[in-house]
Design a protein around this ligand. Structure first.
Ligand SMILES: [Zn+2]
Length: 292
């Protein structure tokens, strides 16, 4: 066994999308909650993103940034220098306007043509803003189907990162081809796992910001992954807006924001110090895995 196989790889990924976004019945795109206002806001997203990027610099961590193309445009229009701020990180795609591709909430599953239009446009916008190739994709609501995967292949994406795999003794954390969708596109799946009480949880940090989880729940999961999935990848996900607002779009109190930042910082610092793990970007992990 080579040394590379003795480590667990851990990626920090951000889904950079509108504040408290939600799918809406009767439309393909998402709105910020409360959706009755018919609006998209990015105020909390902007503050959260600035803060997280600062922390990643402080802890010297390279991350994977899944940008919703519309949000990236709005942040740029709002004066953020995204290419500069994202320089050390991987830039990936999180759709055009947070489309509900499968129509689970909208009630209108999208046709191949409109899925292709949305993904092509999103990729173009991001490649123009960041002036680099976009190779990774995460679907809104982490929902994909055969058509979405087919479009990703046509568009030259190297991987998707929307599926969830439950951690267990069989879990390796390795990329795998999306054979369930008749595709060879590689999947870098998100882990789901059980806490010490046996309750299922995901690696999205939202539950911690809503006060429903503590940082040790996540750290414990990484420790157990380290034992069963050497050479594999454990992906964390964060919505930047969630540091500053809840799922309903209500701003958090100063006290809660402080707590959220402390929790996030505690996770980053513990990961940074942990033995037997290596923090990495998803694209870099995949590149190394492919030549292994
Ligand atoms: Zn999203």
């Amino acid at each position: 066994m080579t040394k590379i196989d003795e480590l667990l790889y851990v990626a920090i990924s951000l889904d950079i999308d509108p504040d408290a976004n939600s799918a809406v019945e009767g439309r393909h795109d998402a709105l910020s909650s409360p959706t009755e206002h018919g609006k998209i806001t990015i105020g909390a997203c902007k503050r959260g993103l600035q803060k997280i990027l600062e922390l990643l610099d402080i802890y010297d961590i390279d991350a994977t940034l899944f940008y919703e193309a519309r949000t990236a445009q709005m942040l740029v229009a709002d004066g953020m220098n995204l290419p500069k701020l994202s320089e050390r990180h991987e830039v990936s795609c999180h759709s055009l306007k947070h489309e509900d591709f499968l129509g689970k909430v909208s009630g209108m599953p999208m046709e191949e043509e409109s899925i292709e239009e949305a993904i092509t446009k999103a990729k173009d916008i991001l490649e123009n803003i960041f002036e680099r190739d976009i190779k990774g994709f995460r679907a809104p609501y982490t929902r994909i189907n055969r058509t979405v995967v087919k479009v990703l292949e046509w568009q030259g994406f190297l991987y998707d990162s929307s599926e969830t795999v439950t951690m267990g003794t069989e879990w390796t954390g390795d990329p795998f081809p999306l054979e369930i969708f008749d595709s060879n596109l590689l999947e870098l799946a998100l882990p789901s796992f059980h806490d010490t009480k046996g309750k299922r949880m995901s690696s999205y940090l939202w539950a911690i910001f809503e006060g429903r989880r503590v940082s040790s729940d996540y750290i414990d999961a990484v420790l157990s992954a380290r034992d069963v999935a050497k050479g594999g990848l454990f992906i964390f996900s964060i919505h930047p807006w969630h540091l500053y607002a809840d799922c309903q779009g209500n701003p958090f109190t100063m006290e809660q924001i402080k707590k959220n930042l402390e929790n996030l910082e505690s996770i980053l610092s513990q990961l940074k110090q942990m033995q037997g793990i290596q923090l990495t970007r998803q694209d870099k992990y995949l590149k190394n895995w492919l030549v292994k």
